[in-house]
Design a binder for this molecule. Structure first.
Ligand code: XBP
Ligand code: MG
Length: 256
């Protein structure tokens, strides 16, 4: 049996519920600032989440809803410029304290660290977004808790492609069987399973209820907190702690 050595966390929807009140308004602020009349309401944004990556999402929006804009000269640079401003606004939102960690995230990170488990991130979002989220949540030392922060354009194909998980595993120098991955979306599940990360926990987020999580080892509403048995929605009367992750991992990679 391969012992559990590392936890690999997704960011958006998993560490924090960032999409509806973080990324979405940041995109809209960038559009307004550029004099564009594009407005991504909550319902439309839910559809746009079919495509991961902010630049890719803007292009998808144009292809589907504003095809005339595709003729704009220098479109790729235009999208990249909008996205830089979007990142600026998103970082401001993070710094304002508008986007807290999800229940149980701080508790589990502290427990894993105290137990000597290695920590990593595998995400589609821009690296600065991850660093700033971690700094705002836990202070300047928190980003250093993560031995690997695999993020954004470091791989050419974003989730649901498995590339970002392959990259994270490579940097950790570990086989998939030594890790538990924590995700919130069907795209994330496909990406993790594509990298053979079968000890996979899903904490469902605002936009991902009802998605297809087949192949995940366990699906809960959140990591939850002790004494709040409803919080993980699993009906099992307890939160997800390190013992629960060790059991999940052993159930897949143990003697059976
Ligand atoms: C996250 C994303 C990201 C964010 C925006 O997906 O899809 O695109 O919405 O981030 P996951 P950027 O949680 O599966 O990694 O604008 O910085 O790309
Ligand atoms: Mg996610």
């Amino acid at each position: 049996m391969v012992p559990l050595q590392a936890l690999i966390f997704d960011v958006d929807g998993t560490l924090a519920d960032t999409e509806a009140d973080g990324h979405r308004p940041a995109f809209n602020l960038a559009f307004q600032e550029a004099g564009l009349d594009w407005d991504w309401d909550r319902a439309l944004y839910g559809e746009l989440l079919a495509v991961t990556g902010g630049k890719e999402r803007i292009r998808h929006f144009l292809e589907r809803w504003r095809p005339d804009e595709l003729e704009r000269p220098g479109l790729t640079d235009f999208i990249a410029g909008l996205h830089r401003r979007k990142t600026h606004h998103y970082l401001e939102l993070l710094r304002s304290g508008a986007i807290p960690l999800r229940p149980g995230v701080r508790r589990l990170l502290e427990e894993a660290r105290a137990a000597g488990l290695r920590l990593a991130v595998a995400t589609t979002t821009t690296p600065e977004n991850v660093i700033t989220l971690l700094e705002c949540a836990g202070g300047a030392e928190w980003p250093g808790w993560f031995e690997v922060i695999a993020a954004g354009d470091v791989v050419p194909a974003k989730k649901p492609a498995p590339d970002i998980f392959h990259y994270a595993l490579d940097r950790l120098g570990l086989p998939a069987a030594a890790c538990v991955a924590i995700e919130d979306s069907a795209h994330g599940v496909r990406a993790a399973l594509g990298a053979d990360l079968r000890a996979l926990l899903v904490t469902v987020s605002t936009y991902t209820g009802g998605e297809d999580f087949r192949g995940a080892a366990r699906v809960v509403a959140s990591l939850g907190e002790p004494g709040d048995p409803a919080a993980n929605g699993a009906g099992e009367g307890d939160c997800i702690d390190l013992a629960a992750l060790v059991a999940l991992h052993g159930g897949i990679y143990g003697p059976g």
